[in-house]
Structure formats: C-alpha cells, structure tokens
Write a protein that binds this ligand. Structure first.
Ligand code: ADP
Ligand code: MG
Length: 317
C-alpha cells in the first residue's frame, strides 16, 4: 500500500481553512490509505439537487445495494463465519444484531475489503455492489473502499487537524481531487448534521469536539467521497444518549441517499433506525451465521426462529 498521492493540493485556492497542522496518525484505524495514482472526481450519473435555501447541491447518484452470497471467513484456521447470505437493499438501513463474537464486525469488514488486511485472514463467497463483484481480480481494494465507506465504534477524527481538513482528508485518503473543495466540505457537514454547529468553527481541531460531534465528523469524512454504501460498526456505543439520538437522526436523514449497514447491540436502536435486520449467532463454538433476516418489524414482532425471539427480547446475549 502506498501513501496518498502527492498530487493532492494541500491547501487549494478555495480552501476555507488554509493549511492546518495535519496529524497523519489517527488513534483508531482510519479510512484506509489510497493505492495508486490520484483520480479526478467524476461523479457518475449524478443529479444535482440544490435545495431551496441555496445550499450546495447534494450529489445523489443512483442508489446501489450490496449483496453477500455464501460468505465464510477465517482467521488462520479458525472459521468465524459460515455461508452468510444477505441482501442489503439500496437506500435503506440494514441492521446487524447478535451477541458479541458472532462475526458481525468481520462480516462488515468483508463488505469493504478490510478483512483481508488482517494477516492470516481469508474468506470465501461473493459480495456484489449493485452487479459488480467487489472481489473481482480487476478491482482494487482502495476503489472498493471509496464506494463503501466505514465509520467505527470509537470516533477517530485526526485530533490535531481542523474540522475542515478532517472532512477534506476523506478526499485526500481516497486520492480524489476536486475543483471545489469548500462545497464538498460544506455538503458533507450538512449531510452529517454538523454544519449548523460547525460552520463558524471550521478551523477548530477535530479533537476539540464532543464525542457525538466527532462521530458526525467521521461520518462527514466518509461522505466526502460520495460513497454508495456507509458501513457503521456500533457507531453510538461510545456515546451518551443525546449524541446517540443525534446520530440516529443523521442516519434517518441519510436513508434514501445512501445504503447503510449498521451493527448495533441496542435493540431499540435497531428498531428505530433500520428497515431490515439480520440476526447473527455463533452457538457453542460454531462459526457465526444468520439465523434470520427480514423486515425489522417482522424480526422484532413476529420472529420465525425461537432464538431470534429470545435474543430480541433480551433473554440472552
Ligand atoms: P462481533 O463483531 O460480532 O463481536 P467479530 O467479528 O469481532 O464479532 O469476531 C468474530 C470472531 O472472530 C470472534 O471469535 C473473534 O474472537 C474472532 N476475531 C475477530 N477479529 C480477529 C482477529 N483480528 N484475529 C483473530 N480472531 C479474530
Ligand atoms: Mg464487533
């Protein structure tokens, strides 16, 4: 893996914020670095949707879903997922629930080719983004990760970097050059629900924000490259109830613009935010698998499998 391309302008003419002291090492794994040369930012078939208040346009391309087919996973010889198949519908929120250790995070990392970064890790099966096989030999992991972004459990903005540069770093890490960085930053902050709080504080360091704001900053960073899919691994588990609610509102606002897959341990949250839900289980040392998936309402109100009923009613896990 190489560093982000040097061709990226450090502080373009349109940069609201000028240069900041960039801290290149986030505490947690940030968006994976880009590989290969920079690309021009060329949104596909894109509708420019300028809202009534003259806000910058939101780039809304065609919605794309994800489909996992018979996905199995190993760490060394330890098999942790067994033939997981799941359709994550375009422009909807799919929640992954299940007890700790049943492979939810592993499954999520397989969806954007991060699992293969773990030494000794391997997998089988297929993942389709729309009709594209993300594991086709012609696909570069960095290109896949640009289309399928990730937000982690613990907010991981670059702490010494400004709010503006944190968002713009999403572009830099993906090796994307844009003509109007200010617009991308503003749009991404609006989409993550942070613009109103932050537009006068674009030069503040990311580390000075509250935990909930930092997580929305990470969402903005992930959105800066206009991904088709946003993966979120327990994005609220480190946050207080108010910040959690705010993130849930952001998820609701993003639904219909981007396909979202969220891992959550909070059953109320799964019910509030998701349209569809998949229940994972790894019983008695067997690899994780999906017991049941379908519309969230059905999983919670009329589950087919008694283990699903026990889990969603808090009887174990
Ligand atoms: P969940 O997110 O549902 O809690 P994980 O996907 O994190 O589950 O873990 C699934 C299984 O894979 C667990 O048994 C865990 O110990 C194992 N595992 C996770 N990450 C690694 C790793 N980097 N190396 C080895 N084993 C791992
Ligand atoms: Mg996990």
């Amino acid at each position: 893996m190489t560093d982000a391309p040097a061709a990226f302008p450090a502080g373009g003419a349109g940069n609201l914020d000028g240069k900041s002291s960039a801290d290149p090492s986030p505490a947690e794994p940030g968006p994976p670095p880009a590989e290969g040369p920079g690309q021009e930012f060329a949104p596909k078939t894109t509708v420019l949707d300028r809202d009534g208040d003259g806000h910058p346009p939101v780039l809304t391309g065609p919605l794309v879903g994800l489909q996992a087919r018979n996905v199995s996973a190993w760490f060394g010889t330890h098999k942790v997922l067994e033939r997981v198949s799941l359709t994550m519908e375009p422009g909807m929120v799919t929640a992954l629930i299940g007890p700790s250790g049943c492979g939810k995070s592993t499954f999520l990392r397989i969806l954007n080719r991060m699992h293969e970064m773990v030494p000794g890790a391997s997998l089988g099966g297929e993942v389709l983004l729309g009709s594209e096989d993300i594991y086709h030999p012609s696909k570069r992991p960095s290109d896949v990760r640009r289309k399928i972004g990730m937000v982690f459990q613990k907010p991981n903005p670059f702490p010494a970097m400004s709010v503006y540069d944190n968002v713009a770093s999403g572009l830099k890490l993906a090796g994307i050059k844009v003509r109007d960085k200010d617009t991308v930053v503003e749009t991404s902050l609006r989409r993550s629900g942070l613009w109103n709080e932050m537009h006068r504080r674009l030069r503040s360091p990311g580390g000075a924000l509250s935990g909930g704001q930092q997580q929305r900053l990470c969402i903005a960073r992930a959105l800066a490259v206009s991904p088709d899919v946003l993966l979120m691994d327990e994005p609220c588990s480190a946050l207080d109830p108010t910040s959690t609610r705010r993130i849930e509102e952001t998820i609701a606002e993003l639904e219909s613009q981007v396909t979202i897959v969220i891992v959550t341990h909070n059953m109320q949250q799964a019910q509030r935010v998701s349209r569809n839900c998949a229940f994972f289980l790894a019983s008695e040392g067997t690899p994780g698998h999906i017991v049941e998936s379908g519309p969230t309402e059905q999983l919670f109100d009329a589950p087919v499998d008694p283990r699903t009923a026990d889990y969603v009613h808090g009887r174990f896990g």
